[in-house]
Design a binder for this molecule. Structure first.
Ligand SMILES: NC(=O)c1ccc[n+]([C@@H]2O[C@H](COP(=O)([O-])OP(=O)(O)OC[C@H]3O[C@@H](n4cnc5c(N)ncnc54)[C@H](OP(=O)(O)O)[C@@H]3O)[C@@H](O)[C@H]2O)c1
Length: 131
């Protein structure tokens, strides 16, 4: 069932420049989805997908910035005429004990992991008609 849904769907994936996000993009492209890859540094996965005959678009954005994320949805709709889904994958983790973690690091985690996810969900509610 999910495979039928993914075919020709336009899906935004945040944190697409490496790691799990990159793999999600490759998976979605293999299932026939149109992929919108989002990260602050270039997502090479877009070139890989397009070279293999899939359809992918890179939009540079910081997920904690609402204006930049609005631009992601606008560009996605311009290219694929719609947005069907959002995968809020971008995240920051500092693997160390709390007493060794600075407030600068804590603020960054909250900003990207919590604020970024909420911004994504708010914009998904605004832009995704059916998905
Ligand atoms: N790997 C694990 O074992 C594990 C376990 C639990 C949870 N997770 C979560 O799963 C997600 C992916 O993990 P991963 O291991 O693939 O992480 P990763 O290799 O560190 O990749 C993180 C991705 O998020 C992007 N990113 C970070 N801050 C961003 C921001 N402000 N705006 C836009 N993009 C941002 C990075 O791209 P740029 O730097 O180019 O922006 C990168 O593409 C994360 O949310 C992580 O917390 C992972």
């Amino acid at each position: 069932m999910i495979r039928i849904y993914l075919k020709n769907a336009a899906i935004i994936v945040t944190g697409a420049s490496r790691g799990i996000g990159k793999e999600i993009c490759m998976f979605l492209a293999k299932e026939g989805s149109n992929v919108v890859a989002v990260s602050r540094s270039k997502a090479d996965v877009v070139d890989e997908i397009n070279k293999q005959g899939g359809k992918a678009l890179y939009v540079k954005a910081d997920v904690s910035n609402e204006v930049q994320m609005e631009n992601v949805f606008v560009k996605a709709k311009k290219r694929f005429r719609k947005v069907d889904g959002l995968i809020n994958n971008a995240g920051v983790l500092f693997h160390k004990p709390l007493d060794k973690t600075t407030f600068k690091e804590i603020d960054l985690m909250l900003n990207v992991n919590i604020r970024g996810t909420i911004i994504g969900c708010k914009l998904a509610k605004k832009h995704i008609k059916k998905g």
